[in-house]
Write a protein that binds this ligand. Sequence first.
Ligand code: MRU
Length: 372
Amino acid sequence: MHINGTPHRTVRLKPGEPHVIQIIDQLKLPWAFELVELRSVDEVALAIKDMWVRGAGCIGATAGYGMWLAALEANQEPDFHSAFQRRAEQLKRTRPTAVNLAYAVDRHLRLLQEHPEPSDFLPRAQALAEEIAEEDVQACRLIGEHGLHLIRALHENKPAGEPVNILTHCNAGWLAFVDHGSATAPIYAAHAAGIPVHVWVDETRPRNQGARLTAWELAQEEVPHTVIADNTGGHLMQHGLVDLVITGADRVTGQGDVANKIGTYLKALAARDNEVPFYVALPSSTMDWSMGDGLKEIPIEQRNGDEVACMEGQTASGTLETVRLFPSASPAANYAFDVTPARLVSGLITEYGIFETSPQQLRHLRKKTEGG
Ligand code: MRU
C-alpha cells in the first residue's frame, strides 16, 4: 500500500543485501515512518516480542525471514540441525496467540527434514521465506476481491449516495500483513471500485492499534473513517450506523472459533443483538486445524500491565510523552486477545472465498487449504 504516495511492504529482504531484513518500525507510527534493519535471529525475536512488527501475517512473514537468518547462523555452528532448531524455538516463544508465526517456522522445519544437507537447504530457506511473504500478499489481495462482493451488496441496498458503514477492531490492515491487510482488503477494494465506504475505527486499548495504525493507513489511502472509543460500537449498532463489522483474526480453530484482539468478542455480541453481519477476514495460514474449542485451547497472550497503565501520545508542542493513567498502587491486567465463538461469526472471508462457520462449510474450507 502507499505511504505519501509511494508503495511499500511491511517486511522484505533489503534490496542488494539479502542477509538483512527491513521492517517498518510500527512503534513509531503514526508519528514517524522509519525503516529498521534486522541482522540476526536475536533482533528478529526482539522485534516480534516488543511489537516493532505486529499483526498475524506480518509476524508470520517476519518469522519466515527470521528462519532464513537462522539457517545462515546455524551454518556457522558445528551442529547445523540443533542450532537451527534452537532458533526456531526462540522465534516461536516470542508471541503465543497468532498462529502464523508457528506456521512460518514449522514450514522451514519441515523443509529441513526434506533437505537435511545444509548447503542444499540454505537457498531453499531463503526461497521459502520469500514464498511465505508472497503468499500472504496474494491471499490478502483475494480476500479483498471476495469481501468486495459483501460490501457491494450492502451498497446496493442503501439510499443513493450513502456510504456503507463498516466497523473494524484493532489493526488488521496492511501493516498487520505484508500488504493489503485482511479486514481492510475488502474496504480498500471497495474504495478503489468507487463504492462509498466509511470506517468506524475502534481505538483498541491498550496498545491503540486502531487509533494509531488503522486510522493512519486509512488516511494514507484517503478512505473516509472516524476513530471511536472502544465502548462506542454497540451504541452505533443500536442506531443503525453500522452496516457491517469486519475484523481480522490471530488464530481460527477447526470449529470456527476466532482469537482476535481483546474486545472483539464484545463487538460480536453487540453485532448479533443488532442483526449486524459480523465477518472475520483471514488468510488460510491463520487457520489452526489442530484445535477445536477455541476457548479451551487457544493460548491467550498476557502482556505487561504497564501497557494498560501507561499511554504514549503527542503533546501540543509535538514531543512524544508517556503518561501514567492511574496510580501505581493499582495493579493492571493485560489480556491481549479474546475468543469469539463460531456461533457469533457470520462468515470467514478467506483467499478461497467466504465460508460460514458451519461444520460442513469448514470441512469445505479445509479441503481447499489442503489443495482439494
Ligand atoms: O497484538 P497485535 O498488534 O499483534 O495484534 C494482532 C492484531 O493485529 C489483531 O488482533 C488483528 O485484528 C488480527 S492480526 C491481523
